[in-house]
Write a protein that binds this ligand. Structure first.
Ligand SMILES: [Mg+2]
Length: 272
């Protein structure tokens, strides 16, 4: 199981690092085919951002506590945003407004407009442990408490768990009854790229990730397709890359990208 977790978390981190240099750029104005450095956030090649930091903070909490402990996770998110823990260089160069506000005030935002992808980007480790739907919702609600965000996390963990079991993504998607506002996921594969948005809205992010996975057949192509959709490139590619890591395994992740990834030991030591 640890091998699958490693492939998932490194898969997510590499997607994140591929997207960091081109975050916010519009589709069609750039094309990523390799791990790049600098660009939008002026970070060296292979640097990952908040998506990976919050994911490994969640991993570390599960590892240290031996089970889900929402308050412990919250404390680790504080250590990240205020002290730079779980970062490559000890600095936080990328964070969401909702996430920052929630960690500062001690409870998640519940407004319709507070449905960025900030909890979706960090929920993947929960798929590897015993956690109920209520647990997943509480973990999302540390920062993102609105139903749209909590349900997005529930769907992502459900899909990840079935992939871990070895089920095929297309079959998993066909068997889920998606409720609004995620109903497009039921037929997402049939949509043209022009119909896929890749903004920081949690629904768009999950749609873009599943669409990227269903339109490719290997890890490299899946995360590159996600990055090249533009806008919230790092998070869309992280959400895609986590599932692609489970589907294609450690061996499916290009060696040169694993080598280029910075802060590997910081990721590795949080795996349980
Ligand atoms: Mg980010």
């Amino acid at each position: 199981m640890k091998d699958k977790l490693r492939a998932a978390i490194f898969g997510l981190a590499i997607g994140d690092a591929l997207g960091v240099p081109v975050e916010f750029k519009n589709r069609g104005t750039f094309r990523v085919t390799e791990m790049l450095g600098f660009g939008v956030h002026s970070q060296p090649r292979g640097t990952w951002s908040d998506d990976t930091s919050l994911t490994i903070a969640t991993c570390d909490s599960i590892k240290r506590c031996g089970s889900i402990d929402v308050h412990d996770m919250y404390t680790r998110f504080q250590n990240w945003i205020f002290d730079g823990q779980y970062t490559v260089d000890g600095i936080v160069f990328d964070y969401g407004i909702t996430t920052y506000a929630a960690i500062k005030q001690g409870y998640g935002e519940n407004a319709e407009r507070s449905n960025g992808n900030g909890s979706l980007m960090r929920i993947l480790p929960v798929a590897f442990v015993d956690a109920s739907r209520a647990d997943i919702e509480k973990i999302s609600a540390i920062t993102h408490a609105h139903d749209t965000s909590t349900y997005g996390c529930v769907l992502y963990v459900d899909i990840a768990r079935k992939l871990i079991k070895g089920d095929a993504l297309q079959e998993i998607i066909s068997a889920i009854r998606f409720e609004t506002p995620y109903e497009r996921l039921a037929y997402i594969q049939t949509l043209d790229e022009t119909e896929i948005q890749s903004t920081g809205y949690v629904v768009h992010t999950l749609e873009a990730a599943i669409w990227s996975l269903l339109h490719t057949n290997n890890y490299r192509d899946a995360v590159l397709k996600a990055v090249n959709l533009g806008k919230d490139t790092d998070t869309v590619a992280a959400v895609t890359g986590g599932l692609a890591g489970i589907i294609y395994g450690w061996e499916g992740i290009p060696r040169e990208w694993i080598e280029a990834l910075r802060g590997k030991e910081k990721i590795e030591r949080t795996l349980f």
